[in-house]
Write a protein that binds this ligand. Structure first.
Ligand code: NAD
Length: 472
């Protein structure tokens, strides 16, 4: 039987970050195996961030070729070959998987064991690959098997060929109409991208606003922007039944309008993700799961079995993000190698890559009120941000939440163009325990979207409306 110091189960963001760190910490001396079934690289590169951001960027270029932001600039409108666009997307995914994952394994001397793993005991894994089963032994394990699309119970769903982020990248023709079930990160990002490319998109969201995890100011304006672009958004709504109608799908939708039947070319399911834990035999080795099947871990990323760590989407927590998974992988690796590291979730930047982008870090107003029983915040619209006026991207808002006594910045919530690029500056502020005075003392760049953070800080001190552009 092959034996290893460390066995990492799962070859996605968390697994790779952990395996590379383990190799560094043991200076290449530790024996490390990575067990992975299917394509290497996990969700992000194969079916998540990489293909979705490619499609979003292409859709933006196409959309902007038809919608001018400047008087006197008349746009002619680009043409679209959706099949070629998707070929390009798949080429990028293949090349990034090869460059950023496959080749990395050799560099760090990580042995890839192909197949599906399940625990036989706390020391032994069974790896099944095409009917062949091999047992391998390890001293310490990391479970980083990720997540898969959650499929809701909807009458008739089993009888239609629905899309998820696992198979949507194989599309060769642009759907004329697309029903998106779920108005969260995936539903909004892909819904907007397909709408911008020319599909007639309807988004059905169960709660009272899209992106309900964001601050209300952010999701309300985002909903308005998407509606203005032509997306049919139905909140407090649900799909009660689906059935095939020739090549198309008929959906019965319950909303404030009552019950209506609409027909779509394609249906995309985007109601969350479930953990890949069911076939690992974790109960056998005493690894505790929460009631949705996610693995419970402590701050060291250790499970209830001291020999088994877990990281990434498979872990019970609030957020599923590529960079967060990688950080958890690194923290797990440090502890697996006998060092001490802990996970800090207080300043994790979160971005939904719609246009404008919703980006936030730290606590919401409601969380601050709950924690400190008092809160102070300022909300600034992008119609007051010079860069937004200059570029025509005025749909947006920024909100800063502070602790009233100390003025410490506790949360920054933005909806703006390029918000993903500057939200990490807010994460630094929060991590360093800085105040709005620290933010005000920092010279910003005029004109930028990032300057909105400074303007929101100024709004705590004086009225923004009665201020020149370049007030320091
Ligand atoms: P999500 O949890 O972000 O959103 C799902 C939405 O569907 C919620 O708003 C929920 O209220 C709604 N919903 C649930 N059941 C429903 C039903 N039956 N009918 C209608 N609406 C329903 O999940 P997601 O969008 O599938 O994304 C999955 C995970 O991937 C999330 O954790 C997300 O944060 C992550 N992700 C991150 C990014 C990013 O970082 N940019 C992008 C995509 C996905």
């Amino acid at each position: 039987m092959r034996r290893y110091d460390f066995i990492v189960v799962g070859g996605g963001a968390a697994g790779f970050a952990a395996a590379v760190r383990l190799s560094e910490l043991t200076q290449g001396e530790g024996s490390i195996a990575m067990v992975n079934s299917g394509k290497i690289g996990g969700t992000c590169v194969n079916v998540g961030c990489v293909p979705s951001k490619y499609l979003i960027e292409a859709a933006k270029q196409y959309y902007e070729s038809r919608h001018s932001r400047f008087d006197g600039v008349d746009v002619m409108g680009a043409s679209l070959d959706f099949g070629r666009l998707m070929d390009g997307l798949r080429r990028l995914v293949d090349s990034m998987r090869s460059e950023k994952y496959e080749k990395v394994l050799d560099h760090y001397n990580i042995e890839l064991v192909g197949g599906k793993a399940s625990f036989k005991s706390s020391e032994t894994l069974m790896v099944e690959d095409g009917g062949r089963v091999e047992e391998i032994a390890g001293r310490i394990f990391l479970v980083a098997t990720g997540s898969a699309p959650l499929i809701p119970k909807i009458e008739g769903l089993d009888s239609i060929p629905y899309l998820t982020t696992d198979n949507i990248w194989g599309l060769r023709e642009l759907p004329d109409s697309l029903l998106v079930i779920g108005g969260g990160a995936i539903g909004l990002e892909l819904g907007q991208a397909f709408s911008r490319l020319g599909s007639k998109v309807t988004i059905v969201e169960a709660l009272d606003r899209v992106l309900p995890v964001a601050e209300p100011e952010v999701s309300e304006i985002l909903g308005d922007v998407l509606r203005k672009e032509g997306i049919n958004i139905l909140t407090k709504s649900r799909v009660s039944r689906l059935r095939r109608k020739g090549e198309a799908v008929e959906a019965e939708i319950l909303s404030h309008k009552g019950s209506e039947r609409l027909t779509f070319d394609k249906v995309l399911i985007a109601v969350g993700r479930r953990p890949n834990t069911s076939s690992l035999n974790l109960e056998r080795i005493g690894v505790e799961l929460d009631k949705r099947g996610f693995i419970k871990v402590d701050e060291f990323m250790r499970t209830s079995n001291p020999r088994v760590y877990a990281a990434g989407d498979v872990v019970s927590k609030k957020l599923m993000l590529e960079t967060l998974s990688a950080r958890e992988g690194v923290v797990a690796a440090e502890n697996m190698a006998g060092r001490k590291a802990t996970m800090d979730y207080s300043s994790v930047p979160v971005v939904t890559f719609t246009e404008p982008q919703a980006a936030w870090v730290g606590l919401t107003e409601e969380e601050v009120v709950e924690k400190y029983h008092a809160c102070s915040c300022r909300v600034v619209r992008f119609t007051d941000v010079p860069k937004a006026l200059i570029t025509g991207y005025t749909d947006g808002v920024i909100k800063i939440v502070i602790e009233p006594g100390s003025h410490r910045v506790l949360g920054v919530h933005a909806l703006s163009h390029h918000a993903a690029e500057y939200i990490v500056a807010a994460a630094h502020l929060i991590r360093a325990g800085q105040t709005i005075e620290d933010l005000l003392d920092t010279i910003h760049v005029f004109p930028t979207f990032a300057e909105a953070m400074k303007l929101a800080a100024i709004a705590f001190k004086r009225p923004l409306k009665a201020m020149p552009c370049c007030m320091e």
